[in-house]
Ligand binder design. Structure first.
Ligand SMILES: *[C@@H]1O[C@H](CO)[C@@H](O)[C@H](O)[C@H]1NC(C)=O
Ligand SMILES: *[C@@H]1O[C@H](CO)[C@@H](O)[C@H](O)[C@H]1NC(C)=O
Ligand SMILES: *[C@@H]1O[C@H](CO)[C@@H](O)[C@H](O)[C@H]1NC(C)=O
Length: 172
């Protein structure tokens, strides 16, 4: 219940997007929208361009709203450990219908936070930055991007660049 209350709060805070039109609450199958391979590749390319501009080799994952992998790239010299982290950042976004970036869970997952331990559910979530929801220009939630390889701030900036190359995203 507390998690649901939290999600409602987040949804209200980010009311710029029409969430009834997404794959989340209130949607029907005919309303669902999914990122396609062309869009996913464009988002990867934008994230790669940004990664190169800041000199950070990244792992970049794109999931559709069902949390299935659409595209992935491990840039030359990107950490092997970041392969899993990038995917789990994106999964953290898609598992909660794209209502918040991965860092939306950071504060409340700390000791004494009301979502303490949530990162251990679902075979592993990532509660720090670098996972961003992707909304298309009509406000439909179409997928998520996860980036890992730099500092958290760099990963957030890179994932936002990727998402915004093909649509919009949410920052908190
Ligand atoms: C949101 O999208 C749904 C589905 O397309 C539509 O029925 C509804 O009128 C929209 N709501 C607003 C406030 O735009
Ligand atoms: C992928 O989605 C974009 C944006 O909606 C669209 O313009 C493009 O035609 C789609 N590509 C394919 C192959 O369906
Ligand atoms: C987390 O808490 C810090 C310190 O109170 C605050 O500055 C920050 O905005 C919070 N982050 C989120 C995503 O709520």
């Amino acid at each position: 219940m507390r998690l649901l209350a939290f999600l409602s709060t987040v949804a209200v805070c980010a009311a710029a997007v029409n969430r009834t039109a997404t794959n989340g609450w209130g949607s029907t199958p005919s309303q669902r929208h999914y990122i396609n391979a062309t869009q996913a590749l464009a988002a990867i390319n934008a994230a790669v361009d940004y990664s190169n501009s800041i000199g950070v080799p990244n792992d970049i994952a794109i999931l559709d709203p069902s949390s299935q992998l659409v595209a992935f790239l491990r840039m030359d010299n990107a950490y092997l450990g970041s392969v899993d982290i990038s995917m789990k950042k994106a999964k953290t976004v898609t598992y909660f219908n794209g209502l918040f970036p991965s860092y939306g869970l950071l504060n409340r997952s700390q000791t004494m936070g009301d979502l303490f331990g949530i990162e251990e559910t679902n075979s592993g979530l990532v509660v720090f930055g670098g996972g961003q929801p992707i909304y298309d220009y009509d406000g439909y939630f179409i997928g998520a991007i996860g980036v890992s390889g730099g500092t958290v701030a760099q990963d957030i900036a890179t994932s936002v660049h990727g998402a915004e190359s093909i649509g919009t995203t949410i920052t908190m």
